[in-house]
Design a protein around this ligand. Sequence first.
Ligand SMILES: Nc1nc2c(c(=O)[nH]1)N(C=O)[C@@H](CNc1ccc(C(=O)N[C@@H](CCC(=O)O)C(=O)O)cc1)CN2
Ligand SMILES: Nc1ncnc2c1ncn2[C@@H]1O[C@H](COP(=O)(O)OP(=O)(O)OP(=O)(O)O)[C@@H](O)[C@H]1O
Length: 196
Amino acid sequence: MSASVTGEKTNLRRLLAARRRDRTTAERTGAAEAIALHATALPALVRARRVAAYLSLPSEPGTEPLIDLLAGRGVEVLVPLGRPDRSMDWVVHELGSVAVGALGVPEPTGPPLGAGALATCDVALVPGLAVDHAGNRLGRGAGYYDRALADFPGVVCAVVFDDELLEHVPHEPHDHPVDLVLTPAGVFRPSRDRDL
Ligand SMILES: Nc1nc2c(c(=O)[nH]1)N(C=O)[C@@H](CNc1ccc(C(=O)N[C@@H](CCC(=O)O)C(=O)O)cc1)CN2
Ligand SMILES: Nc1ncnc2c1ncn2[C@@H]1O[C@H](COP(=O)(O)OP(=O)(O)OP(=O)(O)O)[C@@H](O)[C@H]1O
C-alpha cells in the first residue's frame, strides 16, 4: 500500500508543480497580499510571539507580506535553513540578509539557532503543494517538514493557493497533519473526522 501511496504522491506533485508554473505574476502577487490580509485576523497568529515561517520560492504563494506584517507587530520570525541530512536549522529573519541556498531556496545568512528553535515557536507556517480537508499536507517529497514537525507542540498552518485545497491528498503514517490552512480566499480549519 505504501508503495502505491508514494507513486500517487509523485504524480500529484508533478501535476501541482505544472499548475504552479502556469500561474501569472499578478496571481502570485495577489495571493501573497490576500494571505497576509487573512493572517491579520487569525487568532493563533494574533497571539503569537514567535513564528516559524519560510522565505517563499517564486512558484509558491508569497510569504513576504505576511512576514513583514508579523515583524511589524513585533513578532519574532524564524526562517529555515535546509541541512544535507534533511533536518532544518532556524535563523531569525532580518531584512536584507538572504542568499540562495543549495536547494535553490532563499535562505537567511544570520547565525543559526539550532533545530530545537522550532519548538520555541507558537505557530509554524509551512509550505506545501496541497492540503486536503482533513489537514493532510503534500510537501516536496524530501520529508524536511514531517521530520521537524514530528515533536512540534505549536499550531501548524500550511500556506497554499486556493485550488490546492483538495478533497483528498495521499498520505502516509509519518505525514504530520496541519491545524490550519491559509489560502488567498481565507483560513480553512481542517476537520480530521472527515478523513474516513
Ligand atoms: N520556500 C521554501 N523553503 C523551504 C522549503 C520549501 O518547500 N519552500 N523546504 C521544504 O522542504 C525546505 C527546503 N527543502 C527543499 C526541498 C526540495 C526542493 C526542490 O525540489 N526544489 C526544486 C524547485 C522547486 C520550485 O522552484 O518550485 C528543485 O530544486 O528543482 C526545494 C526545497 C526548507 N525551506
Ligand atoms: N518523522 C520522520 N522521520 C524519518 N523520516 C521521515 C519522517 N517523515 C518523513 N520521513 C521520510 O521523508 C521522505 C519524504 O516524505 P514525504 O513524501 O511525506 O515528504 P513531504 O511531506 O512531501 O515533504 P516535507 O515534509 O518536506 O514537506 C520519506 O522517505 C519518509 O520516509
